[in-house]
Design a binder for this molecule. Structure first.
Ligand SMILES: [Zn+2]
Length: 378
């Protein structure tokens, strides 16, 4: 069936109703308990065997990840469809506003399309396949907890619950049809500059200003777009008590990202050296902590996970576009755990802002893509 015919079979009013109900369900990171109950029962209604892992206890969340399994055609390998249950702040008491073209929030909160759109597309695509009596391949659905605050659900997931060797993460802020085959290594950097306090006017010569150390270090750092595949930023600086004290401590937070793992690691250690040297030159010290937030992935275009998505799109007559992203998603964690994974464009816009928008037509496109991924061509 081509895209236009398939779209006519989607009960869009029900889809929008489900979308609105889910965005109205509060689900900040670590507080996805209600959302997890709701999506579990929806999966069970679709015939899935559902379990919840205990990932939440690792990060103080009120739920773990939801993992559903549907048998399907045993002759085919299973695939994972994934979306995350949490959303960024301000994301409580969302009031969705539906127009002809799109869904937005009332303007005081995010909409939460990131990633309710992923959840709804997966559920609706599976429902569509079942309503049309299509033959399904084995499917595993993962609804992760606490993606937005560090991919924590996927980081601590019980991977023994899934058998699939490939996964689709419905979470890309790009048009539907986009297959994100590369995503960076992301390292966070925390530097504590330790100077020496003194009276700023009586004996400033006895002090070492940590703010000055920080400033000197930062001016030596490569920042912004380093090359086509690498970025670096200083995002936070804190320190000092009052103007009459030579500042003793200053704290700096930054990050580096690169699609090339080694480059991210090298750049992070360069940052570390710069902070330490700037301090040492004035007889002070810097304590630097590097934390790898997630590792990069780069999936070849001919890999089965890409080929299957391209063929699902082309069977629907939708253009496929291979792209990379400088953001992370659960796909980074899945790849790090041996499941070849790509992130798929969902068509949502202005995510992580109160202007977040979900075009209704893109929701329909994503539902068709799920249908294409899970059905077996006869
Ligand atoms: Zn997301």
């Amino acid at each position: 069936m081509n895209l236009q015919d398939l779209k006519k079979r989607i009960p869009m009013e029900d889809v929008i109703e489900e979308f609105c109900r889910l965005v109205r369900t509060d689900s900040h990171s670590g507080e996805e308990g209600d959302m997890s109950e709701t999506v579990s029962s929806k999966l069970k209604e679709l015939g899935f065997e559902v379990t919840k892992d205990d990932a939440g206890r690792h990060f103080g969340g009120d739920t773990g990840n939801i993992v559903g399994r549907l048998e399907g055609d045993k002759g085919l390998p299973p695939i994972i469809l994934c979306a995350h249950m949490d959303r960024v702040a301000p994301g409580r008491k969302v009031v969705p506003v539906v127009s002809e073209e799109s869904i937005v929030s009332s303007g005081d909160t995010v909409l939460g399309a990131d990633d309710v759109a992923g959840i709804v597309s997966i559920l609706s695509g599976l429902r569509l396949a079942s309503d049309l009596g299509a033959k399904l391949r084995p499917v595993e659905v993962i609804f992760t907890a606490s993606e937005e605050n560090g991919l924590l659900g996927a980081r601590y997931m019980d991977y023994s619950l899934v058998k699939s060797k490939m996964a689709y993460v419905f979470d890309g802020a790009k048009p539907v049809g986009t297959i994100i085959t590369a995503s960076p290594t992301h390292i966070r950097i925390k530097a504590d500059m330790k100077g020496r306090s003194a009276h700023a006017a009586n004996n400033p010569e006895d002090g070492i200003s940590a703010i000055q150390l920080a400033a000197e270090a930062i001016t030596r750092l490569p920042l912004g777009k380093i090359d086509e595949e690498t970025t670096a930023n200083i995002g936070v600086i804190e320190g000092g008590i009052d103007t009459n004290i030579v500042c003793e401590r200053a704290m700096i937070l930054g990050e580096v990202r690169s699609l090339v793992d080694e480059r991210a690691l090298d750049l992070a250690s360069e940052f570390s050296e710069v902070f330490k040297n700037a301090a040492a030159e004035r007889g002070a010290t810097a304590e630097v902590i590097l934390h790898t937030h997630y590792r990069c992935y780069k999936i070849p275009d001919e890999a089965p996970v890409v080929a299957h998505a391209v063929s699902a799109l082309s069977a629907l007559g939708m253009p496929a576009s291979i792209d990379s992203s400088m953001g992370g998603s659960d796909a980074n964690m899945f790849n790090a755990n041996g499941i070849q994974s790509v992130c798929l464009g969902m068509g949502f816009r202005q995510v992580h802002s109160c202007r977040e928008e979900m075009p209704i037509d893109e929701l329909a496109n994503a539902i068709c893509l799920v249908y294409g991924l899970v059905t077996v061509k006869e």
